[in-house]
Ligand binder design. Sequence first.
Ligand code: 4AD
Ligand code: MG
Length: 498
Amino acid sequence: MTTINKLSNHEDEIVTLKGWIYNSRSSKGLHFLELRDGTGLCQCIVSEEEVSEDVFEAAGTLKQESSLSITGKVIKDERSVGGYELHATDLKVYQVAENYPITPKDHGVEFLMENRHLWLRSQRQWAAMQVRNTIIFSIHQFFQEEGFIQMDAPIFTGNAAEGTTTLFETDYFDEKAYLTQSGQLYAEAMAMAHGKVYTFGPTFRAEKSKTRRHLTEFWMIEPEMAFYDLDMNMELAEKMLKFIIKSVLEKHESELDILERDRSFLKKAASEPFKKISYTEAVEQLKSDSTADMLDQMEKDRESEKKEIKQELEEIKKEHGSAKKWRKAQIDERIKEIHSRIDQIDEDLRNIPVWKESAANFEWGNDFGGSDETILTMQYDTPVMVHRYPAAVKAFYMKRDPEDDKLALALDVLAPEGYGEIIGGSEREDSLDVLLERIEAHDLPKEAFDWYLDLRKYGSVPHSGYGLGLERTVSWICGLTHVRETIPFPRMLGRLRP
Ligand code: 4AD
Ligand code: MG
């Protein structure tokens, strides 16, 4: 037995593949079975002349997602998916599947989410999970090679780390406990024992917002380093992101093709230095004429694109009536594409005036909203590192800027192409007295933080760290518009099953 991704090692040999029918069609004396086996797709040709009568008949009954093992000769064929075909000599059916609910026709996203357990088998979903796996692996590889140790932070916690409004409360033997929002505070303790550590675990936020970037359960990677200041922290974040992106570009040509991912931004992020601007500069930019001009131009571009594709739509609709069968299928495909593009354009056209208004009226001191980040990142080719935010909008543990007490030594990394925040981090407050003040000012229960305060009593040192959101990173790298497609079973507002 072998797998589809290894077929190139078996040219002209007889091999056996095991998998599921992705698609099938028949013509005189031939069945074309498109097989998927979890490693790729392969066209298998079952010819009446090459197999027994029983086998040929069985091959004709196989509906989508039926499971089978198939034996045949591996033939190189450039035009075929994956570059190889299997000319079958034998076939064994495990199960003839019932009518599969997900067909190649367009399904609404709600239907697909209800069938997430099956949707995972579709090509795009499969490709995204393959890339997710490589991102996870490359993160471990990066930190291990940089001399970090991985640590597991607890999931049941006694206190908030990232604000009290998004806590999931649970009952811990008659005591209140919360699902962790971040492993950071525990990582700080471990960094004082090991120097450089990182967590890689699930984190929970009771986010009541239904947006394309919010999950209630997501995976976060949180490095924490003793003796690192904000600049070193930023340098590490950039180096890590470049490493991840390079790994994906190296390993996933074909998956990125399936996802129809434009590589230009990824390539720039992998090779060019990231843009670094302060929060104050970012605010100036939001309010600038160049931002307003960019949005005006975007509006014009979208309108003219819409006009063009609407015209194309009219023309191909006219052509449809008299077109040959293969051309009709092509036209149907294009019509689908045009409709979904028009939906996107309409959404942009509704958004642009709102964005314009929000950018022009942005006030120094506020936190950036999703749309502000979108606008900012649309003006750069690489990820943007925004540093030194107003302390008032950031977490209690962030160190103040010694140059300006209103600012925290915070860092956000915003992914380009409108994606926005994928990393949040900071230098940490290392003075016991200041930290005590902050805990009070944020109205947090001091008792719950006693252990954390100990870290500032016994050999306190400058230290820094950040959190990378795995799903938002996968979403950007794969070019997916919504984080729901970046994790096998997403948990979000209104979604607990399957
Ligand atoms: O900016 P956040 O809240 O930072 C922290 O939790 C810090 N304790 C990290 C640290 O310094 N160790 O979250 C970090 C990242 C965000 O940039 C985002 O990518 C992701 O976690 N994130 C979410 N991803 C999906 N759904 C949500 N609801 C998310 N909330 C945060
Ligand atoms: Mg943040």
